[in-house]
Design a protein around this ligand. Structure first.
Ligand code: HEM
Length: 426
């Protein structure tokens, strides 16, 4: 077998399949062979070049002209005509938001929409996160057993995301059902018979996002990032376009919700798999902020991202022609020994933990990273304080098969309620 440039495809490259359980369970381990032997390879199954080393990936993020983000939200598995007809019937037209916008349009838009992400503005969301975290733990603290994903970590970041965006309370429930469909539609490999159902859900999500946006237009002074965007549109109509607002109303929910829900579930799983580390943060919560960073590095919720090559170039010394698509496996970069000493070790005192690429890097780096960090820190503070004797239950972990968004679908933990600190030291 040969790749698009005529080079032979090695056995590892031919076998690479990011929809397989091996990748889902542990992406950096699945591509260890690549990091060590063939850090840039063409995957014939995916039709993408795959990049797995830290320095190569950072260089790609740094140059967003040669490596365009325009395909970041493109369907990685093209859908068949039936699903496409369903999407068309809903008028589905998800287009550029920020994450997939090229220059020169991207930077001015990012700039005028940044203020709600500044630390002073984010502080306003802290009481809600704390209150929700406490209420959800209250519901199961006496049970001795919980699925942290189903009973808390899926819902709380969604509610926070909807508040951050400014979605009215009475529209929240409907939106909750559709979010996952966008992930499968964009980064998954739904079977032909699933594609139509996914297309209906995505179409409904798209229309609902439009209706909610119209409602927001009636009250643009209300709090929320979308309303902030509507107000900025008055001053900068060519920068904050209608197409952007509608697309972001849909994509923004996923950007803020699933990423953070999955990141917290991944972090809790990882910490409980290392009981001595868990004990340390229970005893000294000041370790939590760096522990969050180390969890994002070691077991982050975005496993890989995408770029389109706009001009003939080289990555890691390999010629890559214009028009090529790249899957940049950021989770692999985060385990690159060339950048992180003893990279597979969970070290919550690691001084370069925050060099991880889970939030991307450069001009498109995640705008919501500090909101995500704040949520994760608060969840860990509440769990370590109220359920320090929690442990992982026996279970096998499953993941929604897709290249990019990664977190266990369920996370069962257990504890002895008689030992709850608030019972023993009321
Ligand atoms: C962009 C990851 C949470 C909003 C991104 C990118 C990644 C990412 C990988 C693309 C970066 C690049 O191309 O360089 C994550 C992870 C999160 C998280 C792992 C949680 C742990 C959030 C939250 C919000 C958010 C909570 C919003 C409230 C955005 C936006 C962009 C973005 C608006 C586009 C920025 C741009 O292109 O200029 N995120 N994200 N994210 N994220 Fe996040």
């Amino acid at each position: 077998q040969t790749g698009p440039t005529g080079c032979p495809v090695t056995a590892g490259a031919a076998a690479f399949d990011p929809f397989e359980d091996g990748y889902q369970q542990d992406p950096p381990d699945y591509v260890r062979w690549s990091r060590e032997q063939e850090p840039v390879f063409f995957s014939p199954r995916l039709g993408y070049w795959v990049v797995t080393r830290y320095d190569d990936i950072k260089a790609i993020f740094r140059d967003n002209l040669t490596f365009s983000p325009s395909i970041a939200l493109e369907k990685i598995t093209p859908t068949g005509p039936e699903a496409n007809a369903v999407l068309a019937q809903y008028g589905f037209a998800l287009n550029r938001t920020l994450v997939n916008e090229d220059e020169p349009a991207h930077m001015p838009r990012r700039r005028v929409l940044m203020e709600p992400f500044t630390p002073e503005h984010l502080k306003a969301h802290e009481p809600l996160v704390r209150q929700l975290a406490r209420e959800y733990v209250d519901r199961f603290i006496d049970d001795g057993r919980a699925d942290l994903v189903d009973q808390m970590l899926w819902e709380v970041p969604l509610t926070v995301a909807l508040h951050f965006l400014g979605v009215p309370e009475d529209d929240m429930d409907q939106l909750r059902q559709y979010s996952i469909a966008h992930t499968v539609n964009t980064w998954g490999r739904p079977k032909p018979e699933e594609q139509v159902a996914v297309a209906h859900a995505v179409g409904n999500f798209w229309q609902l996002a439009g209706q909610i946006l119209d409602k927001m237009r009636q009250d643009p002074e209300a709090p929320g990032w979308m309303q902030y965007g509507l107000r900025q549109q008055r001053e900068h109509p060519e920068v904050v376009t209608d197409s952007y607002l509608h697309s972001m109303m849909m994509a923004g929910i996923v950007a803020a919700h699933e990423t953070t829900a999955n990141a917290t579930a991944n972090a809790m799983k990882l910490l409980l798999q290392h009981p001595h580390v868990w004990r340390e943060i229970c005893e000294d919560p000041s370790l939590i902020p760096n522990a969050v960073e180390e969890c994002l590095r070691h077991n982050g919720s975005v496993a890989a991202w995408r770029r389109l090559v706009t001009a003939d170039t080289q990555v890691g010394g390999i010629d890559i022609p214009a028009g090529s698509k790249l899957l940049i496996v950021t989770s692999s970069a985060n385990h690159d020994e060339r950048h992180f000493a003893d990279a597979d070790l969970l070290d919550i005192r690691r001084d370069n933990a925050s060099d991880h690429l889970t939030f991307g890097y450069g001009s498109h780096q995640c705008m919501g990273k500090n909101l995500a960090r704040m949520e994760m820190q608060i969840f860990l503070e509440e769990f370590t304080r109220r359920l320090p004797h929690m442990r992982l239950a026996e279970q096998t972990f499953s993941y929604v098969p897709n290249t990019s968004f990664r977190g266990p679908e369920h996370l069962w933990v257990e504890w002895d309620p008689a030992r709850n600190p608030e019972r023993t030291q009321p």
